[in-house]
Design a protein around this ligand. Structure first.
Ligand code: ZN
Length: 453
């Protein structure tokens, strides 16, 4: 099967290409990027549109697996379907230390059943910590438990996980001994450690040092997650300078960020332990509940206390980051785009359905960021970061994962009230050369496969 995507403006930062060219896909892979029009079985007209590698989202919280071992596949409410509709063709799940299922088995399930998008996984330290019997997030783990975590992470890496993730914020009992031991399986593999830092706002620089020093001492690439929600409260300049200084001294460290000024986490999480109002300099009304009796409402102290006790898993959105700080992060050359998507039965944060179009609508269209640089932040840089073979590039031999969009019209439409609404201007998404989504509608729900590293 040969597919020719013709007449579009091809942008492929991996090959340094930005010009009007045609892309030939043969048997699922890119066969040629050329000015001519080779014969094909299927022709996709991309005139007036941008043609680039399918977007790669390296910070996703994956869809659940049910008790019979089947991947959640509701086309209207799953994270992965939101991803596909906005042009993402490959995700990296298992972030912030969390896995919903054994990450190695998860990759097998994706290969068995297919998924809306291609899926790579990180081994979540928190998942293996719980499995090792360290039930108290606030207490140190025993040496034996730490050994069990490291073994679990090592096995997951052997099965093709692209790295490991740490949610120090969610397991504050973790000490340096545990962090180093759990990170040690990454040593020498070239696979990164991703981290939701221990603390944010005024404490973010110390938290960065804790993680970056640990990764640096083992020679493990460090990926600092969703920095807008870590340093977007007035610390971004100092935070980026600290990361830049580490890069300049030779450390392999990078960051990702999502383009929203509100974060999302569970109501029961340590983020909302005593002191959070002072930390963010906000009131209870900054906090919006996304589920339950108070869905869509801002909190009062009374609602906060009542719901946190009664419904700790309730999804929340906290409107506290400064927009200019988030912008500073996204425009920085060392920062790539990633959504931190999370979705529970269609409820969550609009970043799951809007992040990638939003970068173009908010930063490229008004002239703050070049389209070429934006595409690099969405394709080549994230794919490179995790060594995702065949992804994030249109060079011959790469996978035929492509997004075609209208650069003038593309925009996110998902809101906090309607977080899964698909974007506008994403014309066509191809996975392995086959049409997977068109104009916000899913054409093929199971083209995605595991991406193992
Ligand atoms: Zn996180």
């Amino acid at each position: 099967m040969k597919t020719l995507v013709h007449g579009g403006r091809v942008i492929d930062p991996a090959s340094g290409i930005d010009s009007k060219l045609n892309v030939l896909i043969e048997d699922g892979r890119i066969a040629a990027v050329c000015p001519g029009e080779p014969p094909a079985d299927r022709r996709v007209d991309a005139a007036g549109k941008v043609v680039c590698p399918g977007f790669v989202d390296i910070h996703v919280h994956e869809d659940p697996v049910d008790s019979s071992g089947r991947l959640y596949d509701d086309p209207d409410r799953s994270v992965f379907s939101c991803m596909l509709r906005m042009g993402v063709t490959t995700v990296v799940g298992g972030n912030c230390g969390a896995n919903v299922w054994d990450p190695g088995d998860y990759l097998d399930i994706v290969d068995r059943d297919g998924a809306f998008v291609n899926v790579a996984m990180l081994a979540g330290h928190g998942y293996f910590r719980t499995l090792a019997g360290a039930a108290d997030d606030y207490a140190p783990a025993s040496d034996e438990q730490v050994r069990a975590m490291a073994d679990g992470i090592r096995r997951a890496l052997d099965r093709g996980c692209a790295g490991a993730s740490f949610g120090i914020r969610y397991a504050p009992g973790m000490d340096k001994r545990e962090l180093l031991a759990a990170m040690a399986p990454l040593r020498g593999t070239g696979k990164p450690a991703a981290c939701h830092l221990r603390d944010d706002a005024a404490a973010v620089l110390d938290a960065l040092a804790e993680f970056a020093d640990a990764a640096g001492s083992l020679g493990v690439p460090a990926q600092v997650s969703h920095i807008g929600s870590m340093a977007g409260f007035g610390q971004m300049e100092a935070f980026l300078a600290a990361v830049d200084a580490r890069r300049a001294s030779g450390q392999d460290i990078a960051c990702d960020c999502y383009p929203y000024d509100a974060f999302s986490t569970g109501l029961g999480s340590a983020t909302y332990d005593d002191g959070w109002l002072e930390r963010y300099g906000c009131g209870y009304d900054a906090l919006e509940l996304c589920e339950g009796a108070y869905k869509g409402r801002r909190c009062t102290e009374e609602i906060f206390r009542k719901e946190r006790a009664a419904f700790p898993s309730c999804r929340t959105v906290c409107h506290v980051m400064r927009p200019e700080e988030v912008e500073k992060a996204l425009l920085h050359p060392g920062v790539m785009l990633a959504s931190d998507a999370t979705m529970h039965l269609g409820q969550g944060h609009p970043r799951a359905a809007g992040t990638f179009p939003r970068l173009i609508a908010r930063y490229v269209q008004p002239g703050k960021l070049s389209l070429y640089d934006a595409v690099a932040k969405m394709t080549y840089l994230p794919a490179m970061r995790y060594g995702l073979k065949g992804k994030g590039a249109l060079r011959p031999g790469a996978d035929g994962d492509i997004v075609i969009f209208d650069p003038e019209r593309i925009r996110d439409t998902a809101t906090f009230a309607d977080p899964i609404r698909p974007p506008e201007g994403v014309d066509m998404v191809l996975i392995g050369g086959a049409p997977a989504a068109k104009d916000g509608h899913i054409l093929a729900p199971a083209l995605g496969r595991s991406v193992r590293v």
